[in-house]
Design a binder for this molecule. Structure first.
Ligand code: FAD
Ligand code: DHB
Length: 391
């Protein structure tokens, strides 16, 4: 089998890349280790930046997002028992975020690809990549008990943090920058009406909490926990008690509870592997970088990477110019490091470190006071949160 771009991984990065290339007449094949049902049911991100929303809309995959997603023009920062609104839209000349679950984006992209004859191989096993430093890259994999070889001009490694592409590089080829955090997020989905119109990010003595949403009937909430904690330690009553304690305000704000139907713990890390290109292999999304979720940047960075990559590949095939491909890694890394800084900063401002002392807590409160009372500081948060325009 032969294609122009062989894409490993059908996450947001791989699927969107395939879609963008298709719109420009470039052929690709996506190889995904999991089943369609699995990728369409994996719960992850929820916040889409303005640039992500615009790109999905302009390329014809934003229709359901426009109908079912929720545009938010502000967020609340809550500390010391009080809430403070950050007017995202007012402070950024009209930009906003949209709350629309990542697995819904995945469903829209899979449908768009399959409806237009796109090739996605689900349940591709033992994917391995070859010859990417030479002219003729090759991807081998197994499907339905049969060995396959896919010849291509380029390989896009969109296979997430635990994928095979980054690990196929020779030792020493990458410089890795990394930080792990001594806490994780406990996330739930609950059947309940919304308690708030906008997302609430809270710092409390007991740690961070976040109130997000999915629909008028389903709410998404997170609280800071031990990264090694287990959902079995948390019966529903204990979870609600923790949320109620962390989110309480002086004026008696009410968190509406409901049956919890999903629980999970995620660890938190910052990670960047540089560069993102080796010959004819391009890493994109979580395969090259991870951010802690506090800034809601991971999915949006994956989208931004493949936007740059698709444009560079189009230029290669249309004009023969490889300037875009040469610049791919540096172009992406400028945005990635800004998002790394922002995510690290939001995380540090809003979480309690185990062993953190009273001094640290007072500095965090002062920072939150500054961010919510200075227009300069709120503008900085707002422009990072809604995201910078696409390259
Ligand atoms: P992935 O989504 O990880 O996709 C990679 C794909 O490759 C997967 O389908 C995987 O099965 C496949 N694969 C892996 N290995 C192989 C292999 N060997 N062969 C073939 N296929 C393979 N980001 C935000 O922007 N906003 C948020 O609000 C947000 N919240 C989050 C909340 C949580 C709880 C979590 C866990 C993450 C959150 N993120 C958020 C991050 C976001 O989900 C990721 O950054 C995003 O999924 C990255 O997309 P990707 O396509 O690069 O990688
Ligand atoms: C959600 C996830 C995030 O990481 C975040 O910062 C805000 C919202 C969510 O899943 O809704």
């Amino acid at each position: 089998m032969r294609t122009q771009v062989g894409i490993v991984g059908a996450g947001p990065a791989g699927l969107l890349l395939s879609h963008l290339l298709h719109l420009q007449g470039i052929d690709s094949v996506v190889l995904e280790i999991r089943s369609r049902e699995e990728i369409e049911a994996t719960l992850r991100a929820g916040v889409l930046e303005q640039g992500t929303v615009d790109l999905l809309t302009q390329t014809g995959v934003g229709e359901r997002m426009k109908r079912e997603g929720f545009v938010h023009k502000g967020i609340e920062l809550r500390f010391d028992g009080r809430s403070h609104r950050i007017d995202l839209t007012g402070l950024t000349g009209g930009r906003a975020i949209t709350v629309y679950a990542q697995h819904e984006v995945i469903k829209d992209l899979v449908k768009a690809r399959l409806d237009t004859g796109g090739k996605i191989v689900f349940e591709a096993q033992d994917v391995n990549i070859h010859n990417f430093m030479a002219e003729k890259p090759l991807i081998r994999y197994e499907h339905g008990g049969v060995e396959h070889a896919l010849e291509c001009d380029f390989i896009a490694g969109c296979d997430g943090f635990h994928g095979v592409c980054r690990r196929s590089l020779p030792k020493g080829a990458l410089t890795v920058y990394e930080r792990t955090y001594p806490f994780g997020w406990f996330g739930i989905l609950a059947k309940a009406p919304p308690s708030t119109e906008e997302l609430i990010y809270t710092l409390h003595q007991r740690g961070f909490a976040l109130v997000s949403t999915r629909s008028p009937e389903v709410q998404r909430l997170y609280f800071q926990c031990d990264p090694l904690d287990n959902v079995d330690n948390w019966p529903d009553d204990r979870i609600w008690e923790e949320f109620q304690a962390r989110l309480a305000t002086r004026d008696g704000w009410k968190l509406i509870e409901g049956p919890i139907f999903q629980k999970g713990v995620v660890a938190m890390r910052s990670f960047v592997a540089e560069p993102m290109r080796f010959g004819r292999l391009f890493l994109a999304g979580d395969s090259a970088h991870i951010v802690p979720p506090t800034g809601a940047k991971g999915l949006n960075l994956a989208v931004a990477d493949v936007n740059v990559l698709a444009k560079a590949l189009v230029a290669h095939y249309r004009t023969g110019s490889d300037d875009g491909l040469e610049a791919y890694s540096a172009t992406c890394l400028r945005r990635i490091w800004k998002a790394q800084r922002f995510s690290w900063w939001m995380t540090s401002m809003l979480h309690r470190s185990p062993g953190g002392d009273a001094f640290q807590h007072r500095v965090q409160l002062a920072e939150l006071d500054y961010v919510t009372s200075s227009e300069a500081a709120s503008t900085s948060l707002a422009e990072n949160y809604v995201g910078f325009p696409m390259d």
